[in-house]
Design a protein around this ligand. Sequence first.
Ligand code: NAD
Length: 733
Amino acid sequence: MSDFTYSLDADGVATITWDVKSKSMNVLNLEAAADLGALIDRAIADDGVKGVILTSGKKDFAGGMDLNIIAKMKESAGDDPARGLFDGIMGFHRLERKIELMGRDLKTGKGGKPIVAALPGTALGIGLEIPLSCHRIIAADNPKARIGFPEILVGIFPGAGGTTRLVRKLGPMGASPFLLEGKLSDPKAARAAGIVDEVVAPEQLLARAKEWVLGARPEEMVKPWDAKGYKMPGGAPYHPAGFMTFVGASALVNGKTQGVYPAAKALLSAVYEGALVPFDTAIRIEARWFTHVLMNPSSAAMIRSLFISKEALEKGANRPGAPDQRVKRLGVLGAGMMGAGIAHVAASAGIDVVLIDATQEAADRGKAHSEALLDKGVKRGKVTAEGKAEVLTRITPTTDYAALAGCDLVVEAVFEDMKVKAGVTARAGAVLADGAIFATNTSTLPISDLAKAAKRPGQFIGIHFFSPVDKMMLVEIIRGRETGDLAVAKALDFVRQLRKTPIVVNDARFFYANRCIIPYVNEGLRMVAEGVAPALIENAAKLTGLPLGPLQLIDETSIDLGVKIARATRAAMGEDYPDGAVDAVLFAMADRGRLGRKANAGFYAYDASGSRIGLWDGLASAWPVAAGQPDLHDVQHRLLFVQVLEAVRALEEGVLTDIREGDVGAILGWGFCPWSGGPFGWLDILGAGRAVELCDGLERAHGARFRAPKLLREMAAKGESFYGRFGAQARAA
Ligand code: NAD
């Protein structure tokens, strides 16, 4: 059965309705695109058809392209995948050009029928590219709808005509937030930006579309770029105004992406080169740049991690079989920074929360945190006054543990202290019902040890949120030695309610995310001790696509926290502790009271308002910069390998059980180079053989922490990749 159906009414208006029966959201695949083309031909050929409405049978129009298409197109041309991609993309372009002309002869201007896209809701990616080729876009006034091009966020760009058409419709400046930042708008905002032509009440959508089709004037069936004398809004590149736009955009893109995201640069090239030539040539240029991006392994890795794997994890790829465990009433112990954040996101997701702290004032402060966040939302128009009130009524701040009685999940976020945590765990355990699950938000204490204070260790689990809770999308779920499946299912269902992304790992020192981040920060500190210029360290990190250099990161998380973790690690490891050189820098900073951003003084200097103004100039006298500086690549490799080798060790040791979780967790948890698709994605791009070679060099120069793990060596010897070796599970999901 086709995804598109066709009907013709008595007034000669044909309606083509998109409805992919097997899915809740329409996505386009190759067969459906061919079907749509055939229906357009039919409408053009039928003299009884005056015009066409293209709409959807669902509440939304379409979510985009079925991303499997890309692999299919690549495979279609045997050993010339780029040819397969280019030809496939040109196929989409021909379809859209057919829709755009609807039988009109470009040379004589004769013929043609009106076609309107009637969007009931969300229209993303190809789901907006096709409407942009229609003569008019009418959207239903549905504030939940999202209209735009999110492609850039997964490492590609709108390459099936969207880039060329949007730039010609809005001008390069007007189109840039939608193309370069993946900005999505509701219908009214899309109308204000000029993407959508008209917004009507949902119940009038089809009637208004029909009215437009029947009344369309010939000039309304000609796109501006096909009309005589078309000029690009805001000016083409060599127009004085256009010139300013392109010079600025180029600098902006390079500044923001540091050159590591191929898609943004390719997009800009397609826009610039396309703006200099006629429309049909611009489309071919767009297709070439799109092919170029799709052939880059980075785009495949980004699509895999940021789209396919992320969605699979959110849908419960690693959830044990258990009945629905959604949380009805949540208890939060500790109303500090994390507890208050957890209470806020849970209440915002519709869950009733009991928020407990040692004093009523502290509990109230926790609730006030939620109020402050909601106020911000109200100011920005994201939350209504009623919405705010509703969320706040769900949070009950108290000191009374008896209030936990009806809770089916409790998350503990009190001080990071074994004794304090054991105390609250026992107190809660005395009140909770038999089936309730108890979770800890600890970032450093072993889950299996904390579970000893629990009445039912099988129902004890780690649910590790990141700070700030309302912004960070990753939640690390940690299975202790005795944690049962029901607790895992509960944690996963809770995270799903919060619309965050979970990974499930086994209990080991620092779990997964912190295990990888701490060595990254430490490597930066080690380099400071060695006399590597701090600016080189920080810029090398940024040029790799890491969001924060290691010195900025420790300033943000605070140097005293680093000291605390170092002391605890040293105590746990004894003689084997390998980070003396790191501590020398860390402790010296702490002794000087330079504790990071919170002290307005750290590796960076800050002005009175707390803004970072540059690296602290005292660093040079404390740790003089060596006369000979390392090569940029050497610094980059050190910073990357200390992280990815930890990820590989975590997999070897069974802390990670699914490489998708390792990749998605790294990108969402600490912003690990999204262009790489994550640590395993990066090692696959590099190849295990090359990775081992680099590790050997780093080990010789810098020590055993860079020794290639056995698994990586074995993979290099066998010529394996991570997704080749461990991907079966990922593919099966
Ligand atoms: P915090 O100091 O801001 O808050 C702790 C709260 O617990 C305080 O309000 C305190 O009054 C309360 N508390 C202490 N003892 C209590 C008791 N016996 N009964 C009830 N309340 C009690 O700390 P935080 O930063 O929110 O961290 C809390 C937990 O979350 C820690 O385990 C920490 O390791 C973990 N964590 C922190 C971060 C982070 O970035 N801060 C990130 C992830 C996890």
